[in-house]
Design a protein around this ligand. Structure first.
Ligand SMILES: Nc1ncnc2c1ncn2[C@@H]1O[C@H](COP(=O)(O)OP(=O)(O)OP(=O)(O)O)[C@@H](O)[C@H]1O
Ligand SMILES: [Mg+2]
Length: 474
C-alpha cells in the first residue's frame, strides 16, 4: 500500500494536479485579499470624508458663535454629543494655548495637548490617520475663520471603525467559503483532467505489454501526442532491430546445423554403401575410408572455426594486448603458409615500407591475416602470386593482401563477410571451406577497433585492405 501511494506521488498525474491546483488557487487567494483590502481602504476614506465635512461645518459654527471663548453654547454642545454618538467617537476642542477646553468624554478637559498632528493643524493642515490595530480613525480639523483665515483652535476627533471591521469579517468569511468551493472543484476537475492528459502514456504501456504478451504482432502506434509518437516510433525501431537480430540468430543456427550435417550425411552414405555390399574389394574400402577421413577433417575445421567465432563474439576484455613488431608477425604468417602455396607454385611476397610496432592481440591478428592470405592462395590460379604489404602513419598501420586470383563477382562482394557465405556453391566442393574465414577476420579486426575493405575485379584478382590503430583503444 505504501509503495502504491509513493507511486502516485511520483506520477505525472499527481504533478499535473499540483500545477492545476496552484494555477487555480493562488490567483483566487490573491484576488480575495485584494478585494478585501480595497474594500477596507474605500470604506475608511468614505467615512473620513463624511466626518470631515461635518466637522468643517461644525468648526464654522464654532467660529461664528465664538465657542472658544465661551463653551456653554447648548446648541453646539448638543451637536458635539450627536456627532460623537453617531460615530461612536470622541471630540476634543483645543484652543490656541494647546489647552483642551472641551472633551465629550469629560476626561481631559483643562489639560494641555501638544501632539504633532495638533501642531500641524495649527498651521492650517487637517490630518487624518487610520489606526487599523485599534480600529479607529483620528482626525484634526482647524477651527478657522473662513474670511480672515485666522486659526483659533483645533478640533480633534476620533471615530470608531468597528462597523467597517465587522463588514470585513463577514466578507472574509464569504470569501473563505468561496475559496473552499473553488479548491474542491479544482481538485475534482484537476484529478479528472490530469487522468485524461496522461491516458495516452498508459496506452503506450498497454501496447508494449500486449506486444510482450503476444496479443499484438505488429508495431505499436499511439499518435495522441508528439511525445507518445516519438516514444512509439523509437520503440518500433528497437523492435525492428530485435527482430532482425532474432532472424539472424535463427539463420545462424540453421546454417550451423546444415553445415555440420553435410559431412555427416556423406559419411553415412559412404559407410552404408560399404555395409550394404558383400565382399567389398580392399581398394574400395581404402578409398571410402579416405573419403570418410576427409569428411571428418571438414567437420573438425567447421567446429574449430565456429569456436573461434564464438570466442571473438565475447567481450573486449578477452583481448591480450601486447606491443609487438608487425613486420615479424607477417613474416611468420607467410612462412607458415609457404608450403601450401608452393604446391600450386604461387609466390608469396612481403613488402614492408617501414618497421611497425603496434599494440595488438597476437593470436587474433595472426588468425585474421592468415585467413586473408589463405583465401588469396585458395582462390588463385596456378603460378599466381599473393602480395602482402605493410605501411603506417602516426595513428594507424595498414596491411593489404592482394592476389592474382579469380576475383569476386560484384553481386557477392557485400556478402562475403557473412557467416557461411561462399561465392559459388559449386566451387565449395572443389575448393574446400566453410565460409566462416572472413567473418572471423572481420570480427578480429573490429575487436582491434580497425576496419577492413575489399576491392575486386572478376578474373583479375582481389585486394583486402586492413587498417588498425597502432595504440590499442580500450
Ligand atoms: N581472395 C579471394 N578471391 C576470390 N574470392 C574470395 C577471396 N576471398 C574470399 N573469397 C570468396 O568469399 C567466400 C567467403 O570466404 P571465407 O574465407 O569466409 O570462406 P571460405 O574461404 O569459403 O571458407 P573458410 O575460410 O572458412 O575455410 C569464399 O567462399 C570465396 O568465394
Ligand atoms: Mg577462407
Amino acid at each position: 500500500m505504501k509503495g502504491k501511494n509513493y507511486k502516485f506521488f511520483k506520477s505525472l498525474r499527481f504533478r499535473i494536479l499540483i500545477i492545476l491546483v496552484i494555477i487555480g488557487i493562488v490567483p483566487s487567494v490573491i484576488i480575495e485579499k485584494g478585494i478585501l483590502d480595497s474594500y477596507e481602504d474605500r470604506a475608511v476614506s468614505l467615512r473620513s470624508s463624511t466626518v470631515k465635512t461635518q466637522c468643517d461645518i461644525l468648526c464654522n459654527q464654532l467660529v461664528r458663535q465664538n465657542y472658544l471663548e465661551d463653551t456653554s453654547s447648548e446648541v453646539i454642545n448638543g451637536e458635539f454629543a450627536l456627532l460623537s454618538n453617531v460615530y461612536s467617537g470622541r471630540i476634543l476642542i483645543i484652543n490656541k494655548d494647546y489647552e483642551i477646553i472641551k472633551d465629550t468624554y469629560d476626561l481631559e478637559k483643562g489639560k494641555t495637548i501638544i501632539s504633532q498632528e495638533v501642531i500641524q493643524c495649527f498651521k492650517g493642515e487637517s490630518t487624518s490617520q487610520y489606526d487599523r490595530r485599534n480600529n479607529y480613525i483620528e482626525m484634526t480639523v482647524p477651527i478657522q475663520d473662513t474670511e480672515t483665515r485666522d486659526i483659533y483652535g483645533v478640533m480633534l476627533i476620533s471615530i470608531s471603525t468597528n462597523e467597517i471591521v465587522a463588514s470585513l469579517d463577514i466578507l472574509e468569511q464569504k470569501g473563505f467559503r468561496l475559496l473552499t468551493v473553488i479548491i474542491v472543484l479544482v481538485l475534482i476537475f484537476g484529478y479528472i483532467l490530469a487522468g485524461i492528459l496522461v491516458k495516452p502514456f498508459a496506452r503506450v504501456t498497454k501496447s508494449i505489454e500486449d506486444l510482450t504478451d503476444g496479443y499484438l504482432d505488429e508495431n505499436i502506434s499511439v499518435r495522441d501526442y508528439t511525445e507518445t509518437e516519438l516514444i512509439t516510433d523509437a520503440f518500433n525501431k528497437m523492435l525492428t532491430r530485435v527482430k532482425s537480430l532474432d532472424d539472424s540468430r535463427q539463420e545462424f543456427v540453421s546454417n550451423v546445423s546444415h553445415e555440420l550435417k553435410t559431412p555427416l550425411t556423406s559419411m553415412k552414405v559412404l559407410a552404408d554403401s560399404l555395409v550394404g555390399q558383400d565382399n567389398v574389394p580392399i581398394e574400395l574400402y581404402q578409398e571410402f575410408m579416405q573419403d570418410i577421413t576427409d569428411e571428418i577433417d571438414r567437420e573438425n575445421k567447421i567446429i574449430t572455426d565456429l569456436l573461434a567465432l564464438v570466442k571473438l563474439d565475447k567481450k573486449a576484455s578477452d583481448m591480450h594486448i601486447e606491443k609487438m613488431n608487425i613486420n615479424d608477425l607477417l613474416e611468420l604468417i607467410l612462412k607458415r603458409l609457404r608450403p601450401i602455396a608452393a604446391k600450386r607454385n604461387i609466390e608469396l611476397i612481403l613488402e614492408s615500407f617501414r618497421p611497425v610496432n603496434a599494440q595488438v592481440d597476437e593470436v587474433k591478428l595472426t588468425l585474421a591475416i592468415s585467413n586473408l592470405v589463405e583465401n588469396g592462395i585458395k582462390y588463385n590460379k596456378d603460378n599466381g602470386w599473393v602480395r602482402v604489404s605493410l605501411n603506417a602513419d602516426h595513428k594507424y598501420f595498414y596491411v593489404t593482401v592482394a592476389d592474382s586470383g579469380m576475383g569476386i563477382p560484384k553481386e557477392s562482394i557485400d556478402h562475403i563477410f557473412e557467416r557461411f557465405y561462399r561465392v559459388d556453391k559449386s566451387h565449395s566442393t572443389e575448393i574446400g571451406g566453410s565460409g566462416l574465414g572472413l567473418s572471423i577476420t572481420r570480427n578480429a579486426i573490429v575487436m582491434h577497433h580497425g576496419a577492413i575493405k575489399v576491392y575486386s575485379e572478376e578474373g583479375e584478382g582481389t585486394t583486402f585492405s586492413v587498417r588498425i590503430p597502432i595504440n590499442h583503444i580500450v
